[in-house]
Structures are given as C-alpha cells and as structure tokens.
Design a protein around this ligand. Sequence first.
Ligand SMILES: Cc1cc2nc3c(=O)[nH]c(=O)nc-3n(C[C@H](O)[C@H](O)[C@H](O)COP(=O)(O)OP(=O)(O)OC[C@H]3O[C@@H](n4cnc5c(N)ncnc54)[C@H](O)[C@@H]3O)c2cc1C
Length: 423
Amino acid sequence: MPELVRVSGRRSEQIMRTLAHRNIRITIVGGGIHGASIAIRLLREIPTAARHLAIVDRHPQPLTQWRRKTERQGMTFLRSPAVHHISPDALGIVEYAERHNRTDELAPPYSQPSTQLFWDFCDGMLAEFEQHQVYHQFEVAKLRWDKGAGKFPFRLISENNEGFRSRCVILAVGVDDCPYVPAEFAQWRHQYPNRILHASEFTVDFWVEQDAEESFVIVGGGLTAGTLARSLSERGHSVVLIARKPLKTEQFDFPPIWLGPKALTEFASETSFQRRYEIIQQNRGEGSITPDIMETLEDASNIKIYPETRIQNIISAKEGSPTQGLNVKTNRGDIMNVSRVILATGYQFNLCRYGFLGELITQHQIPLVCGLPRLDADLQLYPIENLFGSGTIAQLQIGPASGNIAGASLAYERLREKLLAHL
Ligand SMILES: Cc1cc2nc3c(=O)[nH]c(=O)nc-3n(C[C@H](O)[C@H](O)[C@H](O)COP(=O)(O)OP(=O)(O)OC[C@H]3O[C@@H](n4cnc5c(N)ncnc54)[C@H](O)[C@@H]3O)c2cc1C
C-alpha cells in the first residue's frame, strides 16, 4: 500500500504549530470515508478552499480505520457498487480499473470493487490532501463552542492542551467509539477477556495461532460475521456461526430506494424523530450476508450455522483454568473447547460515548433520540450553529444509508450551501 500521507511525529508537531496559529474556516473531525469524501467534493468545487480547510484525525493517514477494518476481517470485495466511493465522479473507479487493466476486480452483478482496487483508487484521490496539506494528525480531546466569540467560535483542543479555532466544524467521527456488546456477554467477557472479543478487537492473522487448527464461535448474522467465518474457515479453522434470527441473504445492507428522492422526501416529512429512528431500524434490520459469502459458508465443511440460537452460558472447558478453551452452552446444545468467541454484534451509535463532546453536550443540552442528535435539515447539531454531522451521526436526517459510503454524497448535498458560504 503506498503511504502517501504518512506524517512523522516531528512533522505532526510542526503541523500542530501551524494549526495553532491559524483560524480555520472549515474543520472536518475525522479523515475516514465521510471526512475524505466531503473534503474532496469541496476541493473539486472550490480549489482555493484548501487555504481554509483542515481535516483532523487521530491517525497519521486518512482512511486508516477503513483499511484496518477491511484487513482485519479479510474482506476481499466491497458490498456496495463501484459508483459508491469517495470522489464525486461516479464512474471514477470503473475508469481507473479500465486504465490499469483491472476490470476483473469489479465483481458481478453490480461491479463491486475489490478492496485492493478501492484502496488504490482512494490513494490517488488522497494525494490531493498531500498536495494541499489539508490533512493533520490531531486527536480532538475537547470541542468548545464559545457562542458570540467572534467569527471563529469553535476551539478544538488536544490532550496536551494545544488547539486552534474554527468557524465551522463537521463531525465525521464514524462509529468506532460505540461497539455494541449484548448485555448477557458483559460478565463472560469480564471472566474471559482474551477469549471473548468484539469483532473490532479481533484481527484474523493476529489472534489465531499459525498452523494450529482452532475452533471459533462467531455471534451475529451480518456481513462481518459471515466474512470472519469465511476467513477463518479458509485458514483451516472450524467455526460455529450463531445468530438470534434466521440468516438473511441480501446484496446490500439497506434497500437501495433509500438513495432516491421518493423515500428521502417521505422520511423528511416524518416529524417524529423517534419514528425516524424506528424506520432506520426496520430498514437496516439486524444485518444480512451477501449471496457470494453465504454460498461459501454453506459449502464449507468446517462451518456450522446455528440460526435462531441463543447462548445460555459460557464456562471454562477446564474448571478453574481460565487459560483453557471455553464451553459454550446454547439452546441447541453445547459447543466444546472453543478457542475464542467473537462478537460480530455491530455498533450502537451514542453521541455521549465520544468523550471530546461530553462538555458540549451537557453545556448546550444537545437533545438526543436513542443516542443520535436531532440534526436540522442542513445537518447542523441543534442548538449549535455551524456544527454539522456526516455518517451514522446524521442518520435522523439522511436515513438508513447515512453511515454507508453513499451517505457521504447525500450529506454533502445538504451541507454544501452552508459550507460554501464560509469560503
Ligand atoms: C468491514 C467493513 C466493510 C464495509 N463495507 C462497506 C461497503 O462495501 N459499502 C458501504 O457503503 N459501506 C461499507 N461499510 C460501512 C461504512 O462505509 C464504513 O464503516 C465507513 O468507514 C464509515 O465511514 P466514516 O467516515 O463514517 O467512519 P470511519 O471510517 O470510522 O472514520 C472516522 C474517523 O474519525 C476519526 N475520529 C473519531 N474521533 C476522533 C477524534 N476525537 N479526534 C480525531 N479523529 C477522530 C477516527 O480516527 C476515524 O478515522 C463497511 C464497514 C465495515 C466495518
């Protein structure tokens, strides 16, 4: 992987000094898929925006989280079609694949790109950040809004109390601070912390012993569960996949109608934010698995699928010896000598879990519905002016597609006018 935007410690300090002496007009917190997509769209529309734009992220390079997650799970192809990516040119990846003789990395039926093709294409786009020097490694430890404090009312402060001011801030912080662990697993995880892991903590090639055949239980019925099961099975391990409901096979993780004006206009006309939350839950469901992965799972001799199954207890395979494997008791019977239980149980967004926003949420009494902020139609976090959200944080306005790649272009359409007014 070419490392275009690596920032050394010393350079990061220099950048911090540069930021510290500037008032930035537009700051994007989060250099993941959403932050990068918005920045690229802005730079394409107004190249001089680079002078007034900063993307800050705790990682030295943009899209680090995205790469890590796909690598950790052994994901080889994206779920979404080739037209969904970080640049505004819909056919960008397809043309890139044609130029580089890599069209075999666009899978039928919707030309889903391979993860490698997606990364390589993104690297070309991200070179623009390097060229314009808009990306800065900076973890925001506190965000303050001093209403009425002139043209740059936001203060972004790091752990060691360095900071800079901004006129407007876009939160594109993803969901990583909110892994969802079902309540019944809390005690078992406490007892066996190295054996029961959330999928976000698990890396296929790090946790698994080389050349040893191990036995895994994966909990969950979504694509993360399916992809992990396939990766482990391909490495010769045995897997039991346990889901509370029957497994669903779908190409996409939300109905594509949610990308079009009809569904979104109806969604916008719903005045109850609680009802909007319920609509999102109904449309995203508890996850589904793509047809190609499901076929692999069904064909693999070392994968067992237990749908409509509940785990009743997890105990050490050898009483009093937590270093031994686990016995997993379910309503279908016991699974003995399990090396690890992986919770592919997803994320549950809650703004309160983002520590850097704690003071802001309390001080300005930001109203939340099931953990999500009630953004206005321009994606501003009511009641704070010029604080915007993109990604899962914007679900109550953008709907079920909000956290996906396509959600970033929907968000940009809403943010665009307000952002351009700041340039
Ligand atoms: C394995 C996997 C596969 C997926 N495949 C698809 C797919 O095929 N198609 C699709 O449409 N969607 C897919 N998704 C869903 C979605 O597109 C991704 O999760 C995407 O990464 C979301 O982008 P994001 O920018 O919202 O979050 P992220 O990519 O997580 O970026 C958020 C960034 O914010 C930074 N950040 C957070 N807090 C702070 C702070 N205080 N200070 C500084 N930086 C901070 C983080 O470091 C991170 O870099 C997939 C998700 C996963 C996990």
